[in-house]
Design a binder for this molecule. Structure first.
Ligand code: URA
Length: 208
């Protein structure tokens, strides 16, 4: 279960203490998953961004990465509105939940392997709760690898590629997308059209 007081990664816990001193109004704690607990779509991001989820306490909220994500979720009927502004803005996800592979803000946006591993228990609980036929949408290769590891599967049998689709135990499906980070969208490694196609596929799998 998500632990709002988790301090199991010393580097991250200390970093959050420092960030809280510098930005007292920020959430600066582990960021809980957001959305419908019985959702069939689970979107897995990397980790909270400093001035986004780490500030607001809701995944992908307050920074650039969330703009395209919530717009696209809304277009495919997974969000009540196209924008996520704050944890108390009333936005609702529909048959969708968003979480991160790492729940705490990492320095330089880069969690180390031990932190990704330490946080996997929380992700595993979220994955365990998914119904048959659910879709796990991994944003980026770190999220993808952590999902594969959480299921106890071998990485070499599940290679990350944008748009790739992998069968998971329990009739679930893992869909891969490049992460919707500012870097990826501004360099057009990930275009709106590419991202839209991934969500269209998730919708087709769920409705099929
Ligand atoms: N915000 C998040 O919550 N997760 C990401 O991966 C990026 C930004």
């Amino acid at each position: 279960m998500f632990d709002p007081d988790c301090r199991r990664c010393p580097r991250l816990a200390t970093f959050l203490d420092e960030v809280k001193t510098q930005y007292p109004a920020y959430h600066a704690r582990p960021v809980p998953p957001f959305g419908d607990p019985s959702a069939r779509l689970l979107v897995v991001g990397l980790a909270p961004g400093m001035h986004g989820a780490n500030a607001t306490g809701r995944p992908f909220t307050g920074d650039h990465a969330g703009i395209l994500l919530y717009q696209t979720l809304h277009r495919h009927g997974f969000a009540s509105r196209p924008e996520s502004l704050a944890a108390d803005d009333g936005l609702e996800l529909i048959d969708c939940r968003i979480t991160n592979a790492v729940k705490c803000l990492p320095p330089q946006n880069k969690p180390v392997g031990a932190e990704i591993n330490a946080c996997r228990d929380f992700l595993a609980v979220e994955l365990d709760g998914l119904p048959e036929g659910a879709v796990v949408l991994a944003l980026g290769s770190i999220a993808h690898k952590s999902v594969v590891a959480a299921f106890g599967l071998r990485q070499k049998d599940y290679v990350f590629a944008h748009g790739a689709e992998h069968a998971l135990p329990g009739g679930r499906v893992l869909l891969d997308s490049y992460h919707c980070s500012r870097y990826n969208t501004q360099t057009r490694r990930l275009t709106e059209t590419m991202f839209d196609a991934v969500f269209a596929r998730a919708r087709a799998l769920l409705d099929g």
